[in-house]
Write a protein of this length. Structure first.
Length: 150
């Protein structure tokens, strides 16, 4: 398949999946609600299932190594682009500066390449805001303490 064909097939698939998703969440909070509202209903257990999409590249347990992406244990306490000592981060991500926060993770996970131009994280992003909140709660549950955006 050509690249364009792959793209249009995956767009069609994404549209199909979006059509199947509940419009306003069955948790009473819309996927498009502000982050603080989404985090109030965020569920680390559901985030564990969302993390399957990340697990091709990331591990999240303490002491597990890097794969195609850096280990994410404790990333919510880390400086951006510095959670793993050994991983070869891009200069683009390392130049961002500052610490990861809930809000930064929410933007990053919406569309990594748009937030950090030149990043090597080849992931289109999580379109559903409740999926993002859930996976953020899961990251906090793995070495991160209490989310700073509740
Ligand atoms: C195809 C592989 C891949 C997938 C899938 C992927 N990532 Fe990544 N991720 C990376 C790479 C590579 C980097 C390092 C990017 C850089 O250096 O520019 C990264 C970096 C990160 C970072 C920053 C780490 C730090 O030390 O600052 C976070 C947080 C992150 N990913 C979370 C996620 C989450 C959550 C998901 C799933 C929703 C996900 N990633 C899916 C490859 C991936």
């Amino acid at each position: 398949m050509t690249r364009a064909a792959v793209r249009s097939t995956s767009l069609a698939l994404a549209a199909l999946l979006a059509a199947c998703a509940p419009a306003a969440g069955d948790r009473g909070v819309s996927p498009d609600a502000p982050l603080t509202d989404r985090m109030k209903v965020a569920d680390a257990g559901a985030g564990r299932a969302v993390f399957r999409q990340c697990a091709a590249c990331h591990t999240v347990n303490q002491g597990t190594g890097d794969h195609d992406g850096p280990n994410l244990y404790g990333v919510t306490r880390a400086r951006v682009g510095h959670n793993s000592q050994r991983f070869g981060y891009t200069a683009a991500l390392q130049a961002v500066g500052g610490m990861w926060t809930c809000a930064r993770l929410d933007r990053w996970l919406t569309n990594p390449a748009a937030v950090v131009r030149g990043t090597s994280m080849r992931f289109p992003g999580l379109r559903d805001g409740l999926d993002r909140a859930d996976v953020i709660a899961y990251l906090y549950a793995n070495g991160g303490g209490t989310p700073d955006c509740r």
